[in-house]
Design a protein around this ligand. Structure first.
Ligand code: KE4
Length: 423
C-alpha cells in the first residue's frame, strides 16, 4: 500500500492533478517521483528510471538542464511575476515568430488548453462562424466543446464525452476520422458557411503517435483555404519537437493559426497561440476577441522557454534526435520480430508509440484495436526494470537530447525481457 497515494487521495481527487497520472490504464498505484536529472527520473525511494515521459513532452533537453536551472535561479532573484509587459516576453515571441513559419504574431498563455481554446475563439471571432471540425482521437485540452465523442457514422456532430458538458455546448463541434480527407470534404461541402476552423494535431500524439498519410495535410490545407475556413495546427506536442519550426516546417504546410505549449515553457507552465497578423490583431486590446491571463508571459516560464529554444536552435539537434529514435525503434521492432510478439510502431522525429496490435495504426479506430491488457503487462514489466513509459497505450514516448547509448541498450534489454514475459 502506497501511503503517499492514500494520503494524496484524501485531499486530491484520485490522488492526482491530472487523470492520466493515476495509472488507471496500467493498474497498480502511480510512482511518486522526487527528482529528475538528464534522461533519468527518481522516485521518492531514490530508485532510478530512464524517462520516456519527460513530463508528457516538454523536457526535450532532459530534466534539470544546468543552463536552464542556472538562468532561472538568476531570474528568480529579480522576482517571479509583475503583471506588466517585460522584455523577456518580446524576446520569446521573437524567437517563436522567427522559428515557426505560420506565426507572424503570438500571444502567450499558461497551458495548451488555454492556447487551443483561445485560438478557436479567435477563429470564430475572425470568421463570424460558429462550427469547428476536429478529428477523432486528437486531444486539444479540456475546453467543454472539445470533450466530444463520435456518434454513429463517419462524420457526426460531437456528443459530450465528459460529465458537466451540456449537450448544446457540443452542437458546433463536428468530428471526423483522422486521415479521412473524404470525410472532411463531405463535412465542408455540407457545412462550410458555418465552419470557422478545422483543428488538428498535424502528427497525432494522443491516440498514441498517428502519422498524417501521404498528402492528407496538403489536401486539408487546400480545402480549408478554398472555403475560407481557418486551419489550426495544434502543435502543443509537435512544436519544437519535430523540428525547430514544428510539424508545419517539417511537412512544409502552413496553417492559419498554431497552438504551442510544453517545450516552449522549458518545463514551466506556458502555452501560446499565434498566426497571421490580420487574424491575431482581432485580439483584445486591438480587436473584439477577448482573452486574458494573470500569469501569462511570467518571467520564470519565459526565460526557461528562451533558454530552451536557444539550445534547440543549435545545428544538428533534430537530426541527432531523429537518428537516436530511429535506432531505438528499429531495435524494438527487431526484438518483437525475434519473439513473435505482434506490435506496430509509429515513429517520427523523437516521438513514437509501440502499439500492441498486428494492424497498421492510422486513426483512432485502428489504434483502439490494440491489446490494452498486454500493454499494461508490458508497462509494468518495463517499470520493474527501471524504464518509465507513458502509463497509457494511447500516449507518446519521447526521447531527449540527453538519452545516452547506455540508456538505449538498457531499454532494449528491458524491452526484450518484458516482451518475452508476455508470451
Ligand atoms: P495542457 O492544457 O495539458 O497544457 O495541454 C493540452 C493539450 C493540447 N494539445 C495537445 C496536442 C496535447 O497533447 C495536450 C496535452 N497533452 C496531454 C498528454 N498527451 C497532457 C498530459 C495530461 O493531460 O496530464
Amino acid at each position: 500500500m502506497n501511503t503517499l497515494f492514500e494520503e494524496a487521495k484524501k485531499y486530491i481527487p484520485g490522488g492526482v492533478n491530472s487523470p492520466v497520472r493515476a495509472f488507471k490504464a496500467v493498474g497498480g498505484e502511480p510512482v511518486f517521483m522526487e527528482k529528475g536529472k538528464g534522461s533519468k527520473i527518481y522516485d521518492i525511494n531514490g530508485r532510478e528510471y530512464i524517462d520516456y515521459v519527460l513530463s508528457w513532452g516538454p523536457l526535450i533537453l532532459g530534466h534539470a538542464h544546468p543552463q536552464i536551472v542556472g538562468k532561472i535561479k538568476k531570474v528568480l532573484d529579480k522576482g517571479t511575476s509583475f503583471g506588466s509587459p517585460t522584455p523577456g516576453e518580446t524576446e520569446l515571441a521573437k524567437l517563436i515568430v522567427r522559428a515557426v513559419p505560420g506565426i507572424e504574431k503570438i500571444r502567450l498563455v499558461n497551458s495548451g488548453t488555454e492556447a487551443t481554446m483561445s485560438a478557436i475563439r479567435l477563429a470564430r471571432g475572425y470568421t463570424g462562424r460558429d462550427k469547428i471540425v476536429k478529428f477523432e482521437g486528437c486531444y486539444h485540452g479540456h475546453a467543454d466543446y472539445l470533450l466530444v465523442k463520435a456518434g454513429s457514422g463517419a462524420t457526426t456532430l460531437g456528443f459530450p464525452d465528459s460529465g458537466g458538458v451540456p449537450r448544446d455546448f457540443t452542437q458546433n463541434t463536428i468530428l471526423v476520422p483522422y486521415n479521412d480527407i473524404c470525410a472532411v470534404h463531405k463535412v465542408i461541402k455540407e457545412h462550410h458557411p458555418e465552419i470557422a476552423a478545422v483543428i488538428i494535431e498535424p502528427v497525432a500524439g494522443n491516440m498514441g503517435v498517428v502519422l498524417p498519410e501521404d498528402d492528407f495535410l496538403q489536401k486539408l490545407r487546400e480545402i480549408t483555404a478554398e472555403y475560407g475556413i481557418l486551419l489550426i495546427f495544434d502543435e502543443v506536442i509537435t512544436g519544437f519537437r519535430l523540428s525547430y519550426g514544428g510539424a508545419q516546417k517539417y511537412f512544409d504546410i502552413i496553417p492559419d493559426l498554431t497552438c504551442l505549449g510544453k517545450i516552449i515553457g522549458g518545463g514551466f507552465p506556458v502555452g501560446a497561440y499565434g498566426g497571421r497578423k490580420e487574424i491575431m490583431d482581432y485580439l483584445s486590446p486591438l480587436g473584439p476577441v477577448y482573452q486574458a491571463g494573470t500569469l501569462s508571459g511570467n518571467p520564470i516560464a519565459v526565460w526557461a522557454g528562451i533558454c530552451t529554444l536557444k539550445l534547440l536552435s543549435q545545428p544538428g539537434v533534430y537530426e541527432k534526435l531523429e537518428e537516436k529514435t530511429k535506432n531505438l525503434v528499429g531495435s524494438l521492432q527487431e526484438n518483437a520480430r525475434k519473439l513473435g510478439v505482434n506490435i506496430y510502431i509509429n515513429q517520427i522525429g523523437s516521438m513514437f508509440t509501440l502499439f500492441f496490435s498486428p494492424h497498421r495504426v492510422y486513426d483512432y479506430q485502428s489504434a483502439k484495436k490494440s491489446d490494452e491488457k498486454k500493454f499494461a503487462q508490458y508497462f509494468q514489466g518495463m517499470l520493474r526494470k527501471g524504464v518509465y513509459l507513458p502509463c497509457s497505450q494511447y500516449e507518446t514516448n519521447f526521447l531527449s537530447l540527453v538519452h545516452t547509448q547506455e540508456d538505449i541498450e538498457k531499454t532494449l534489454k528491458a524491452n526484450y525481457e518484458s516482451l518475452r514475459a508476455l508470451k
